[in-house]
Write a protein that binds this ligand. Sequence first.
Ligand code: UDP
Length: 452
Amino acid sequence: MDAPQRKTIVLFPLPFQGHINPMLQLANILHTHGFKITVIHAQYNSPNPSNHPHFTFIPIDEGFSKIADQAATNRDGTYFMRYLNESCVDPFRDCLAKLLLDDREMIACVISDVAFYFTQTVADELKLPRLALRTGSMGCVLAYDALPFHSNKTCFCLTKEDSDYEVSVPEYPLLKFKDIAKISINPQGMGDFATNMFNQMKASSGIIWNTFKELEESALETISQDYPTPSFTLGPFHKYFPASSTSLIEQDRTIISWLDKQPPKSVVYASFGSVAHITELEFQEVAHGLANVGLPFLWVVRPGMVIGSDWLESLPENFEERMGDRGRIVKWSPQQEVLAHPATGCFWTHNGWNSTLESICEGVPMICSPCFADQPVNARYVSDFWKIGVFLEDGFERMGIEMMIKRVMMDKEGDEIRERISCLKDKVNLSLDEGGSSFQSLNNLVDYISSF
Ligand code: UDP
């Protein structure tokens, strides 16, 4: 008897590094479970097909490059999300319709990023099941759902001078008003975006989460009640497939041999992800903070990250001589390997969800410096809920930076944090082992897709 033909899953990632990585990791996971993979993708931040010869890639013309360079100056992320949700509709529909016309019987479903909320309507029109991939945390979904984006806009604009700045937000007490002021500079736009996203998640055939049950147990309970569609928590995806093959920027691997020469748990690793920007002044404070502590450090400075600079032009005078061989600056690192390296002592992070999960998986304590969107929520969970990091509360200032690094690297508090995050690391591994919650959830997902 002939073996049954492999069905195809069509994937559609949001074109940013922190979304492409988990989507392509998921693609690899599903491929090893017997599915063929077709990736429809924006031309902006196009993945490199030669890194995935077993997948089919189809670019669509979404025109995002026309506005992408505004990202350093326009801090309203909802503007970019709205643009993508409008510009992708026609090319995505045309592309998917053509695939269905060619071989409807063999296409099982489409999996698209939750932020591409328009895809639900297209999938419904074309009578194809859509699964929604949430690349961020469950806690963040609950926070966004609870926050009064539409009703009380002034609370999103508080400054240090306002008396409520340090106060907990009644709708989501884990967060302070100063945290939600960072989430979006456009609460109305953020509320619209979140409403669209959540409505279409509820309308989907299922939600795939890059998290694991033991980390977000209470959030999962609430989500299961609020979202009637099936949820699959099979993360962290990078534990199945590393991010190196999906990296849009070349990772500088020369630093691994430098790390090999550093004492165990001695290095401060600092990286603020693929999207965040900082001012020249903040950049200089980071440099002074790192240099003043006196510990070895590895610092990722993405080209274009410092507003108004190409790369390192605005470093303090004589900085490179001062740091000598004690510090390394790179454009992009093999982050998962760095976090897994025995020399890495802590991770000073912007708390993108991938970075947060990667740190948990390696048991590396965090110093949290969130910038925007979901990062302030993730950071609060890390510092105040799971207590596996410290929060650099008031921005980049050299004395505060030095103090936080010392708390994690030299104080007893750091040891306690390390113990707690090591426990979580053990839980991740158990959840991925045969019979564990993520292992089970992956099997459920594979069975579910096979039933379409
Ligand atoms: N990353 C990397 N090298 C770096 C910095 C980051 O490979 O120097 C990867 C990191 O491992 C993670 C992703 O880029 O998988 C960043 O995603 P995250 O959600 O943490 O933040 P975002 O870039 O979306 O703000």
